[in-house]
Write a protein that binds this ligand. Structure first.
Ligand code: NAP
Length: 246
């Protein structure tokens, strides 16, 4: 999908929410969506990082974004419902939702994983995407062709030793995507797909592969064609698919 050529106005008039928008792939996604005309809603846990992305978008003259600090580890269902209410009042619809934020967590034998670390990771990587999807459904239904992108991983499609709760959480995300996709098939214009970014130069990649030369992998900006394809109208007919960005 790296050869997808997005027209400059691909996402004009679209409202797109991205979690983990302050760093790595989520930041690149926010900048790229804004550059293609979208109003982006920046969700993340570190306000200073979100503010930097907000400023970069504004300075570039792209549509004014919305900034919503939210810690997905501690957010309760009411926080997601309140967010949906605010977005409904401001925008009236949501055209795109990117479940990007995630924790890498402990990489060790599964039987060595502490219960606390397991639960923390499942809260961010699985429970938060579910609660966010659920609360945003009325807004997604109000858009002409909404797209939900679940950012997955190769270890969410084939289990691998020592990838711990991270791998299990990505399987759960893939499962959630499939169930939502099947439920919406033929009943709404909302599509749900998963996207495996592949090895990408971010702090999560560096934490997972400390011995690897970072230059070996593409920058987040280089894998954006796949995100743009899934968030724009060219992927209207694509639903329930597990795709690879590279
Ligand atoms: P990253 O650089 O570590 O970025 C992760 C983002 O998630 C950060 O913005 C982080 O916020 C946010 N986040 C973490 N916990 C959060 C919480 N409790 N509440 C709100 N936001 C939270 O990682 P990345 O490499 O860009 O990863 C993005 C996605 O791609 C993830 O789903 C990852 O599993 C997937 N992925 C990445 C690769 C790769 O090679 N990089 C490969 C396969 C899949 P802070 O910046 O504030 O910490």
């Amino acid at each position: 999908m790296l050869d997808y050529q997005a027209p400059q106005d691909l996402l004009t008039d679209r409202v797109i929410l991205i979690t983990g928008a302050g760093d790595g792939i989520g930041k690149a996604c926010a900048l790229s969506c804004a550059a293609h005309g979208a109003t982006v809603i920046l969700i993340g846990r570190t306000p200073s990082k979100l503010e930097a992305v907000y400023d970069e978008i504004e300075a570039s003259g792209f549509p004014q974004p919305a900034l919503c600090p939210l810690n997905l580890e501690t957010a309760l269902e009411k926080d997601y419902v309140d967010l949906a209410d605010q977005l409904f009042d401001t925008f009236g619809k949501l055209d795109g939702l990117v479940h990007n934020a995630a924790l890498l967590g402990p990489r060790t034998l599964l039987d060595n994983v502490k219960a606390e670390a397991w639960l923390q990771l499942m809260q961010v990587n699985v429970n938060a995407p579910f609660l966010l999807s659920k609360s945003m459904m009325p807004l997604l239904r109000a858009a002409p062709d909404a797209s939900v992108v679940c950012v997955s991983s190769s270890v969410g499609r084939k289990g691998r030793a020592y990838w711990g709760p991270y791998a299990v959480s990505k399987f759960a995300l893939e499962g959630m995507m499939q169930v939502f996709a099947d439920e919406q098939d033929g009943t709404s214009a909302i599509r749900f797909n998963s996207l495996n970014p592949g090895a990408t130069r971010t702090s999560m990649r560096a934490a997972a592969y400390p011995g690897e030369a970072p230059e070996k992998n593409p920058e987040p900006a280089q894998i954006m064609p796949a995100f743009l394809y899934l968030l724009g109208p060219d992927s209207k007919a694509v639903n329930g698919q597990a795709l690879d960005a590279q």
